[in-house]
Design a binder for this molecule. Structure first.
Ligand code: NAG
Length: 284
């Protein structure tokens, strides 16, 4: 071997070690960028999440303390005619968004706290890139957050106290990465549940219960800031957390990706409404 090829090999391994060091922080935990937001509109948040999933190679946690713009968010395969009371949605001009992940339908507003984890497949030891594996791990993560506060459980894809849901989860898995995001019902207005139909596919433990008998408010259990701080603490047991800001994110990156997050048009909702069976002879 010539001297110069030895040098190249040596430099190559120095470079590789530096790269590995950059990806891990305290106690060898992988790095995770933490973006804390306050009232960012949910459409903007979901678009950012999709971009970070597809075009970043870092781990991310996004915590958004409510959306300034109330909206209905449906899963990737959600059909408005089956999930929404389209008449009232159109009448009140409620934005309807289809996100990139699966899962159920939710009405979100300033009382919803959103927590998103976007990770490389090898970021958490023991977590396989499959829905159940990611879900059980996040269940453990939140088990620490709610320890001593009530009968916290992961039931099917929901976070519950006993048999009352307060967190809905959705996921998407790509070749190298996954996203797991949760809408926490810190608070909700009963009236807004009237935009949502009783879904045909519901978790078994729902037992046909109406929205308001099925869900509960996280605010009955702990203060909002305590919830957020405890979540960050729990994440810190797996990651070395690096706070960042929206300004620090290069928004131009990932512009080439096709985005599946979308705001439904009024026309799409009207067409869905036309296919929805009408109740005859009942004035509402
Ligand atoms: C979260 O939002 C609520 C109101 O929507 C506000 O009262 C509270 O101070 C916010 N908390 C944080 C940690 O920003």
């Amino acid at each position: 071997m010539t001297n110069s090829s030895c040098l190249v090999l040596f430099l190559g391994s120095v470079l590789r070690m530096t790269m590995i060091q950059q990806q891990t922080g305290k106690m060898g935990h992988p790095l995770m960028n933490l973006l804390r937001l306050n009232g960012t509109p949910i459409l903007r948040q979901l678009q950012l999440e999709e971009k970070l999933l597809r075009s970043s190679s870092d781990n991310w946690c996004i915590i958004n303390n409510g959306t300034d713009t109330p909206a209905i968010v449906m899963g990737v395969s959600g059909k408005p005619s089956e999930l929404l009371e389209i008449g009232p949605v159109l009448r009140d001009r409620v934005p309807v968004i289809r996100r990139l992940t699966g899962g159920g339908t939710v009405f979100v507003d300033s009382g919803t706290v959103f927590i998103t984890l976007i990770c490389n497949k090898d970021a958490v030891p023991g977590v396989q890139p499959y829905p159940r594996s990611i879900m059980s791990w996040s269940g453990l993560l939140y088990n620490e957050v709610f320890r001593g506060l009530g009968d916290f459980k992961l039931r099917e894809n929901d976070y519950v106290f006993g048999d009352h849901k307060f967190g809905g989860n959705a996921q998407s898995i790509t070749k190298n990465r996954w996203i797991h995001h949760t809408s926490f019902l810190w608070d909700y207005a009963v009236g807004n549940m009237a935009y949502l139909k009783q879904p045909a596919r519901a978790p078994q433990y729902r037992l046909g219960r109406d929205h308001t008998e099925f869900i509960c408010r996280l605010k009955e259990y702990l203060p909002r800031s305590v919830f957020i701080d405890k979540t960050v603490e729990s994440i810190e047991t797996y990651f070395s957390v690096n706070p960042t800001s929206m300004e620090a994110i290069d928004e131009s990156q990932g512009a080439e990706f096709v985005h599946s997050t979308k705001l439904l048009t009024r026309q799409e909702l009207e067409e869905a409404s036309a296919s929805q069976p009408k109740t005859i002879g009942v004035g509402v």
